[in-house]
Design a protein around this ligand. Structure first.
Ligand code: F6R
Length: 357
């Protein structure tokens, strides 16, 4: 039930802090230690390479997961779009392990890859929100998102839940390999939940950004570097699917290789700046687009802020920024769609779970 909320999407955005807290509870033992099915961790350690397969928003979560697993557990990861996989199958390593990420657990494109790779004898883990779903039943192992039912077509709380569970998997694998993290993941996730709550309280600012930048525009670009780039892909998908504004996420460094030709007077460019090691370069990109007339909206992280930034997110652990930086983008997409009179929860041409290939 959406209760007093005008739309499921807004309710589900607001639920994110609670979902993160529930995930902390579910994946932690009485001593506050990471608690994840040991058999899953063993499979991850036995593999020489992980293959994450997913579609849409779940694919975007997979991109973030790859970074976490590679940097913490030092296991190579490839991320594939399910629909491309079957006819573009990568050369598999000797001991591959498949991880399917699917909110619904019913996505036919992902299931097709699961069927195909099982035939080849490879094991699979499904990360899903729906216990008993097809992908959960057909995989060897399941990790649940515990996000509660997601009704809005535009996925929000499932995305952040997927990243949190991938982070827990990455940290558990790292720990099992003796590569202990130099911070407490669960404590940092609790901080993330608190910051998410503050961001959910910033609805007026997000509505103002949507009206200032997106009421009349035909298109909108999202730019970022490192993990911010992946979040930009997700922000652009959210905006395009519910507001029908043509939106694209780009890696800041790629602008000069073509995209910058699209910048005109007044083109909205939303830039994320949450990563210290690329802060100067992304700000350079903002200057480049401004010089071509763009209307910039910089969303940065406390400690990395610059003059003229439109919104500053309270600081979280640098590896977990995607969990919070996506929230303003979700809200901006929501209000842009609302202002343009779109059906937020049921956008045209889309279904909640895509059960055809
Ligand atoms: C976007 C969205 C879709 C889904 C995609 C995969 O907001 O919801 O892109 O993420 O169809 O769905 P699942 O995760 O159910 O496999």
């Amino acid at each position: 039930e959406k209760g007093t909320y005008p739309h499921y999407m807004l309710k589900e955005i607001d639920e994110q802090p609670f979902v993160i807290r529930r995930i902390i509870q579910k994946y932690q033992d009485d001593n506050g230690e990471l608690a994840i099915d040991q058999a899953i961790v063993n499979e991850v350690l036995n593999a020489d390479r992980l293959y994450i397969v997913a579609c849409g928003t779940s694919y975007h979560a997979g991109l973030v997961g790859k970074q976490l697993i590679e940097s913490w557990a030092k296991i190579p990861v490839e991320v594939h779009i399910a629909s491309e996989f079957s006819y573009n199958m990568p050369l598999l390593s000797e001991k591959p392990l498949f991880i399917f990420i699917s909110q619904s657990g019913e996505t036919a494109d992902s299931r097709a890859v699961l069927v195909q790779t099982r035939k080849l004898g490879h094991k699979a883990i499904t990360i899903t929100n729906v216990p008993g779903s097809t992908l959960s039943r057909e995989a060897d192992y399941t990790l649940l998102l515990h996000a509660g039912p997601e009704i809005a077509v535009a996925s929000t709380k499932a995305y952040t839940a997927q990243i949190a569970v991938l982070a827990i998997l990455a940290a558990s694998a790292a720990k099992a390999k003796g590569l202990e993290l130099d911070f407490n993941l669960m404590k940092e996730l609790a901080i993330v939940a608190n910051v998410m709550e503050m961001l959910c309280d910033a609805k007026e600012e997000m509505e103002k950004i949507a009206s200032d930048y997106l009421t009349l525009t035909r298109n909108c670009f999202f730019i970022g570097r490192a993990v911010d780039y992946y979040v930009c892909l997700e922000g652009a998908l959210k905006l395009k699917e519910i507001s029908y504004i043509q939106a694209e996420g780009f890696a800041g460094g790629e602008l000069k290789h073509g995209t910058i030709a699209l910048i005109e007077d007044g083109t909205p460019v939303i830039a994320l700046a949450t990563q210290e090691h690329v802060n100067l370069s992304i700000r350079g990109n903002v200057k480049e687009v401004v010089a071509r007339g763009a209307n910039p909206c910089v969303i940065s992280m406390r400690g990395l802020e610059g003059e003229g930034d439109r919104f500053i997110i309270p600081a979280v652990h640098p590896a977990l920024t995607s969990l919070v930086s996506v929230v303003p983008l979700q809200l901006i997409a929501y209000y842009a769609a609302l202002h343009r009179g779109c059906d937020v929860d049921k956008p045209r041409n889309l279904a909640k779970s895509v059960t055809v290939e």
